[in-house]
Design a protein around this ligand. Structure first.
Ligand SMILES: Cc1cc2nc3c(=O)[nH]c(=O)nc-3n(C[C@H](O)[C@H](O)[C@H](O)COP(=O)(O)O)c2cc1C
Length: 323
C-alpha cells in the first residue's frame, strides 16, 4: 500500500510541468479536465453553489435532483453522521424545474465545466418534461435518478420497474442529443438489467446511489430520521460501489462509469478507477472535508500516476481486469 497522499507532497508534483500525467477524460461527449465530479444532492441546488464547486477544482458538476413541481422534503432530522458513514432522507427537496431553470441558465453563462442535470420523476411524462426544460436551460448532459431509495413514487420505486425504466430512457434519449446517464443502485447491478438499459440508449452509468438503511436511537426508542428509512452513503458503502463498478465494467467495458459512493481521498478514487470507473463522484465527503476534497483527490491521483509511471488516466481505467 502507498502512504496516504497529502497536499504536503504537492510541490514535487507541480515542479516539472512537462512530466505531468494527463488527467483529462471523456464521459461520452463530456470533456472533464480531471475525473472528479460533484455528486447529485450535496450542493448543486443553485448557480452560486455550482460556481463554488467549479472554483474548488471539480471536473464536472451534477445538479441536485430536480422534479417537475417544487418539493419541500421531509422535516428534520434528515441527516445523521453514523461515524462509519451517513444516513440521509432529505426527501428530494428542490425548487421545481421552472425555478431551477433560471439558476441553470445563469450557471451556463459563467461555468466552463460540464453541468449534468439530475432529473427525477414519477412517470415517463414527468421525466421527459423535466429533462426537456433542463436541456433548454443549457445542461450538458442528463442523469436520470432511478435509484433514490427513500422517496415514495420516485427513484428506486420507478427504477426497480425495469420495463418502465427502459421506456423512460428511450423517451428522454429521443428529446436531445446530449449524453444520457442513468444513476443506478445496487439493485440494478445485474447483467440483464444493464443490458436492457444500454439497448434503450444510455451513454453512461453513474453508480451508485445511497443504499436503503435504518438507524435507531435506543435512548428515545425511535428511529433517528423523521422518515424512518434513509439512504446510506460515505466510507462504509465504498466496497459495494467497487463491486458494482467492477461487474459493470467486466461486462460492458465501453460504457463510461462515474463511480460514486465513499470517495473521501485519492486512494478511494484510484480504487474506483482501477475497478473500471472513468470518473468519480464526490458527495458526503464534502460534509466532512469541505470543497478542498476535489483538489486533494485530483492531486493525489496525479501523484499516484507519477509515482507508478502512468501517463494517462485512461491507462488506469479498469486496470485490475487486465492483470
Ligand atoms: C445529503 C444527500 C443528498 C443526496 N441527494 C441526492 C439527489 O438529490 N439525487 C441523487 O441522485 N443522489 C443523491 N444523493 C446520493 C449521492 O449523490 C451519492 O450517490 C451517494 O451519497 C454516495 O456517494 P457519497 O458516499 O460520496 O456520498 C444524496 C446524498 C446525500 C448524502
Amino acid at each position: 500500500m502507498h502512504e496516504p497522499l497529502t497536499d504536503a507532497d504537492d510541490e514535487c508534483v507541480s515542479n516539472d510541468k512537462n512530466s505531468l500525467p494527463d488527467l483529462t477524460i471523456f464521459i461520452s461527449d463530456l470533456f472533464l479536465r480531471n475525473p472528479t465530479v460533484l455528486a447529485s444532492g450535496i450542493l448543486g441546488g443553485s448557480y452560486g453553489q455550482l460556481k463554488r464547486v467549479e472554483e474548488a477544482g471539480a471536473g464536472a458538476l451534477t445538479t441536485k435532483t430536480i422534479t417537475k413541481d417544487p418539493r419541500t422534503g421531509y422535516i428534520n432530522p434528515v441527516f445523521v453522521d453514523l461515524g462509519y458513514g451517513y444516513l440521509n432522507a432529505i426527501g428530494l427537496r428542490n425548487p421545481g424545474v421552472e425555478q431551477f431553470s433560471i439558476e441553470l441558465s445563469k450557471a451556463k453563462k459563467d461555468i466552463m465545466i460540464p453541468i449534468i442535470a439530475s432529473v427525477g420523476g414519477t412517470s415517463i411524462e414527468e421525466f421527459t418534461y423535466v429533462a426537456e426544460k433542463m436541456v433548454e436551460s443549457g445542461s450538458d448532459a442528463i442523469e436520470l435518478n432511478l435509484s433514490c431509495p427513500h422517496v415514495g413514487g420516485y427513484g428506486l420505486d420507478i427504477g426497480s420497474d425495469v420495463k418502465l425504466t427502459k421506456e423512460i430512457i428511450k423517451e428522454v434519449k429521443s428529446i436531445s442529443d446530449k449524453p444520457l446517464l442513468v444513476k443506478i443502485s445496487l439493485f440494478h447491478s445485474n447483467k440483464d438489467i444493464i443490458e436492457k438499459f444500454i439497448s434503450a440508449g444510455l451513454n453512461g452509468i453513474t453508480a451508485i446511489n445511497t443504499l436503503k438503511a435504518l438507524a435507531i436511537d435506543i435512548n428515545s426508542l425511535s428511529p433517528v430520521l423523521s422518515n424512518i428509512l434513509g439512504g446510506l452513503s460515505g466510507p462504509c458503502i465504498k466496497p459495494v460501489t467497487l463491486a458494482v463498478i467492477y461487474e459493470i465494467y467486466r461486462e460492458f467495458p465501453d460504457i463510461p462509469i462515474i463511480g460514486v459512493g465513499g470517495v473521501e481521498k485519492a486512494e478511494d478514487a484510484i480504487e474506483m478507477i482501477l475497478a473500471g470507473a472513468s470518473a468519480v463522484g464526490i458527495g458526503s465527503a464534502i460534509v466532512r472535508r469541505d470543497l478542498e476534497v476535489f483538489t486533494e483527490v485530483t492531486r493525489g491521483i496525479e501523484r499516484f500516476m507519477l509515482e507508478n509511471g502512468f501517463k494517462s488516466i485512461k491507462e488506469l481505467i479498469g486496470y485490475i481486469h487486465r492483470r
